[in-house]
Design a binder for this molecule. Structure first.
Ligand code: WT7
Length: 657
């Protein structure tokens, strides 16, 4: 279907040229260094000497173990096991140990609802509610090793549900609330989940968006679901199925706050999180307990220079993505931090909502996505200027490359030119941050994620597998790390094939990158058929499958075209079946129904044909050139070159509109 491989790797060159002009440097200030956890190369030196011993030190220093491990790492490529023989309870580490340490009254979560209602939750309260809900899950028949699906808005109950699963050794599978009923049932069925936790609805852009109807639609087709627990948030009318559906608040009411945190094996499955690959079927990425918790606790502490006693951390991601798992739930809570959790959109009621929240709670560390920063730029510097942002100390970005202009704007208008920016590269599969500055130690350059963290080994490789020391290449990881995925649920072959087969002995991330002559890494985006829309991963094939599932569509080709705000935008080219006539808008909505609104193509071109090679492969690279308004070079390999002229003419008409 797709044109794979080398043709695509020429593309980052334009970006490489643009970035090589970027020479500004920002060393950490003396004022910042004076109070920073890491200001020298000590951690890097230690890790370089012996990475296993380094990780073992993090695991024993940052995590409480019920039973110490026998072996730090068992590595039989592609299978890694960390801290083998060790036992711990992840929820105990996120809750009980802080309460036992005398911090029960410390605020864990300042929750801010979109309409302006709030909840302040201490560690003691969170422990109690998690214990109650863990008992509820047990009463519903959930046992160690079972899977539980979570489909919730950004409410505290999402964190409660995840931690309750961790407490009893059930694996959670969170599905982002923006995904469709179809996506939800696919994920439930793949994981064979017993219980689904959802809500009536949640607030978004000033209105309630219903979730329960989508959950009901999904459950019509999920034979393994025995119970559905419904959190009341939106207040919208819902239908409750007798015997299957239960209100969260009713179940909790009678539940005991006593629920012992039983020790789990270090390699006990903690969660599945589905992410798009290059085929139509999302992969259930598997993460386990001891290594993952070590990785996220360590990175949350050092990358953000966390001072748990005084900092107020805020990560703006949704819990439905890996960023929310690692840097809303597990990292911050394991570190005993105080954080903000916000339910809604950044522009309700006004375009200054984020800055208002920072001022209100005295946020010191702010972690968001480049696409959001570019949107804030569009809304103008007058919005943040309305608020006192002087509490901020550290700023972070994640999800996609940040362009130097957006970096500089963030630095000036949000960070007041005093806050280090950590551009953090990682993936659902890596579990935690891999490449990033350490804010008190690293001199940053706008647009570069700088260097692998202590304990992480990354290398660039060319097509032949040779190491690249300066210039462009494929990003690979050469050593196992504690937070790495342990596999793809139910598909060990796809695991090996996707990540470990392209370059012998290495993990291939799917990203292109460049090393400059000072060894700084510049991430350049995906080199496979995976798009990055506002920091969210969607595969071209997945959108193509959704399009061809519409009865009027014969064939579809989807590309990610560069977009000034969202990084990439989804552009689709569709051939209709003979005699069919359907509006592009109908097809856009069909994709939203199949996958979710985030996968709606920005533009759909209905076309009589697609540019194909003589062997019948769609030339996606050409379609991308058309979508991005570039000149088309050589078309001699095409079966029918005239189609490109026609597509260009159509694109020009749309551009004029
Ligand atoms: C892909 C992973 C990690 C949580 C959010 C996305 C891109 C991520 C950066 C960055 C350039 C980045 C990569 C990666 N990406 N962070 N700082 N600079 N690109 O998680 O959905 O698993 O996507 O996001 O292309 O492969 P994900």
């Amino acid at each position: 279907m797709a044109e794979q491989g080398t043709g695509d790797t020429n593309e980052p060159h334009e970006t490489i040229d643009a970035l090589s002009a970027e020479n500004r440097k920002f060393p950490p200030s003396e004022a910042f260094k004076a109070n920073s956890l890491v200001t020298d190369t000590f951690l890097y030196d230690q890790a370089a000497e012996d990475d296993e011993a380094f990780w073992a030190r993090q695991a024993s220093g940052l995590v409480d173990w019920a039973k110490p491990w026998d072996t730090v790492l068992e590595w039989d490529l592609p299978d890694a096991k960390w801290f083998v023989g060790g036992q711990l309870n992840v929820a105990y580490n996120c809750l009980d140990r802080h309460v036992l340490g005398g911090n029960g009254d410390k605020i864990a979560i300042h929750w801010e609802g979109e309409p302006g209602d709030t909840r302040t939750i201490t560690y003691q309260q969170l422990l109690d509610e998690v214990s109650q809900f863990a008992n509820v899950l047990k009463d519903l028949g959930v046992q160690r090793g079972d899977r539980v699906n979570i489909y919730l808005p950004m409410v505290p109950e999402a964190a409660v549900a995840m931690l309750a699963c961790a407490r009893i050794g059930a694996a959670h599978s969170v599905v982002f609330g923006g995904f469709s009923a179809q996506s939800l049932s696919d994920r439930i069925n793949d994981a064979e989940a017993k219980v689904l936790i959802t809500a009536d609805g949640g607030y978004r852009r000033g209105a309630v968006f219903p979730l329960k109807p989508a959950a009901d639609e999904a459950c019509a087709d999920t034979p393994t679901i025995e119970h559905v627990v419904v959190v009341k948030r939106g207040g919208n009318d819902v239908e409750m199925v007798d015997g299957r559906d239960h209100w969260y608040h009713e179940l909790i009411e009678g539940a005991s706050t006593e629920c012992p945190a039983e020790p789990m094996d270090s390699e006990q499955l903690l969660f599945l999180l589905y992410t798009s690959g290059t085929t139509g079927k999302p992969k259930g990425i598997m993460h386990t307990s001891g290594g993952y918790l070590t990785h996220v606790t360590y990175t949350h502490k050092y990358v953000f220079d966390l001072h748990a006693d005084t900092d107020v951390f805020w990560c703006t991601a949704d819990v439905g993505w890996i960023t929310g798992h690692s840097y809303i739930v597990y990292g911050p809570l394991s570190n005993g931090a105080t954080q903000v959790m916000y339910e809604g959109v950044p522009n309700h009621p006004g375009n200054d909502r984020m800055w208002e929240i920072i001022e209100k709670y005295g946020v010191t560390i702010f972690y968001t996505a480049p696409t959001a920063i570019r949107t804030f730029m569009k809304w103008g510097a007058t919005e943040p200027a309305k608020h006192d942002l002087s509490s901020l100390r550290v700023l972070g970005t994640v999800g996609e490359p940040i362009n130097p202009e957006a970096w500089m704007w963030y630095h000036e208008h949000i960070g007041g030119e005093r806050c280090p920016i950590v551009d953090t590269w990682w993936q659902t599969e890596t579990g935690g941050i891999m490449i990033s500055p350490l804010p008190g130690a690293t001199t940053t350059k706008p647009g570069s994620a700088t260097f692998p963290l202590p304990g992480v080994s990354a290398e660039l490789i060319d097509d032949e597998g040779h190491r690249v020391d300066v210039g462009g290449g494929y990003l690979t990881l050469t050593r196992p790390w504690p937070g790495m995925l342990r596999g793809i649920w139910g598909d060990p072959e796809r695991f090996r094939e996707t990540y470990w087969s392209r370059f012998e002995g290495r993990y291939f991330a799917g990203d292109g990158a460049k090393l400059d002559d000072e060894g700084y890494l510049w991430l350049l985006g995906r080199v496979d058929d995976v798009m990055n829309i506002s920091g969210h991963r969607i595969s071209t094939t997945e959108v193509e499958s959704a399009l061809v599932s519409h009865p009027a569509v014969a064939e579809a080709a989807v590309v990610g075209a560069t977009d000034a705000t969202t990084g990439q935008a989804i552009i689709a080219y569709v051939i209709l079946r003979g005699g069919e006539d359907v509006d592009a808008e109908v097809l856009r909505n069909h994709v939203a129904e199949e996958i979710g609104a985030i996968a709606k193509p920005k533009q759909i071109y209905i076309t009589p044909d697609l540019p194909k090679t003589r062997s019948g492969k769609i030339m996606r690279r050409l379609l991308r050139d058309v979508a991005e308004g570039r000149n088309i070079g050589d078309t001699t390999t095409l079966a029918d070159a005239s189609i490109v002229d026609e597509l260009q003419a159509r694109a020009a008409v749309v551009a004029d509109d």
